[in-house]
Design a protein around this ligand. Structure first.
Ligand SMILES: [Cu+2]
Length: 268
C-alpha cells in the first residue's frame, strides 16, 4: 500500500504505524468515494424530471441512507479513537528520557537549519539573541558560558545514531517553518518564541537505505521545510545522516571544538 500511495520507504520505528493509518484512511475514502459516486448517478437517473413528471410531496420513506451515514460516522470514529489518538498520544505523551536519547536543538531560520549539539558535557550552552551574528554565530551561543565550550554546531547537517531515540528541541528565529524528515515520517512546525520537542527513533542508516534504493553514494535523507516561509523557501534543504553508534561517536569527536580554538572559533 505504501508503494501504491507513493510514500518513500519508512526509516523510523513509529513510521509504519503512521503509514498504516494513512493506508486505512485512503481505503475508507475510496469506498466512500465510489459509494457516493454510484449513489449520485443512481439519483440522477431515478429522480430525473422525465421519470417523475409529478412531484412527490412525501419524499423518501426508507431509512437506508441514515444507516449508511451512521456506518460511515462509526468507521470514522473507530479511525479516530482506535487508531489516530493512540498514535498521537504515543508521540506526545511517551517521550524518551533525555539520558536514553540523543538531544539536539534545531533552530530554523530563513533559509537554513541550525543544528546544536550539547557536546561531551551533555549540557547546551547558553544562547542569547544579542549574540546572534549571521556570519560568525548564527545560534547566538555564549562563549563565556563554560557549558558552551564543547558544544557542536552545524548548518543543515544533522547526524544521528541508528536505533537510538532522537530528542529534538525545535524552534525558529524568524517566521514559522516546518521541520520535515520524510523518511522518518516526522513533521513539526517551528514557531517563533516556542520550543517544541519532538522525538523519533531512526531504524535504517543512510548507508543501508542507499543500498536498498540502489542509489549508492548519492543518497541522502533530507530535511525539508514544509511551510512556505519566504522567497528562499525552496533552498531550505538540510541533510540527515543516520549512522552506526560508532560512526556517530567518531563524528562528534571530529567536530568537537578543539582546545586551542578560542571562544569565538566554534564555527570553523
Ligand atoms: Cu522554512
Amino acid at each position: 500500500m505504501e508503494k501504491f500511495l507513493g510514500l518513500p520507504e519508512v526509516a523510523s520505528a513509529h513510521g509504519a504505524g503512521l503509514d498504516n493509518l494513512t493506508a486505512i484512511v485512503h481505503w475508507l475514502m475510496l469506498v466512500i468515494f465510489v459509494g457516493w459516486g454510484v449513489f449520485f448517478l443512481f439519483a440522477l437517473f431515478r429522480f430525473s424530471a422525465k421519470r417523475n413528471p409529478k412531484a412527490d410531496y412525501h419524499g423518501l420513506k426508507s431509512h437506508a441512507s441514515t444507516y449508511v451515514e451512521g456506518a460511515v460516522a462509526l468507521a470514522e470514529a473507530v479511525l479516530l479513537i482506535g487508531f489516530s489518538i493512540p498514535l498521537w498520544s504515543d508521540r506526545v505523551d511517551d517521550f524518551p528520557e533525555p539520558k536514553d536519547a540523543v538531544e539536539v536543538r534545531v533552530v530554523a531560520e530563513q533559509y537554513a537549519w541550525n543544528i546544536h549539539y550539547p557536546g561531551a558535557d551533555g549540557i547546551f550552552g547558553r544562547t542569547a539573541v544579542e549574540l546572534v551574528d549571521a556570519e560568525t554565530n548564527p545560534l547566538g551561543l555564549d562563549s563565556d558560558d563554560p557549558a558552551a565550550a564543547d558544544d557542536i554546531t552545524t548548518i543543515n547537517q544533522l547526524h544521528l545514531p541508528v536505533d537510538k531515540s532522537a530528542l529534538i528541541y525545535l524552534t525558529t528565529k524568524d517566521v514559522i517553518h516546518s521541520f520535515t524528515l520524510n523518511r522518518m515520517r516526522v513533521k513539526q512546525d517551528a514557531v517563533p518564541g516556542l520550543e517544541t520537542p519532538l522525538w523519533f527513533t531512526p531504524t535504517v542508516t543512510t548507508a543501508q537505505m542507499a543500498a536498498r534504493e540502489g542509489s549508492g553514494e548519492d543518497f541522502n535523507y533530507e530535511i525539508s521545510c514544509s511551510q512556505l516561509c519566504g522567497l528562499g523557501h525552496y533552498r531550505m534543504r538540510g541533510f540527515l545522516k543516520i549512522e552506526t553508534q560508532e560512526e556517530f561517536d567518531a563524528w562528534l569527536v571530529d567536530n568537537a571544538p578543539s582546545e586551542d580554538e578560542g571562544g569565538d572559533d566554534f564555527w570553523n
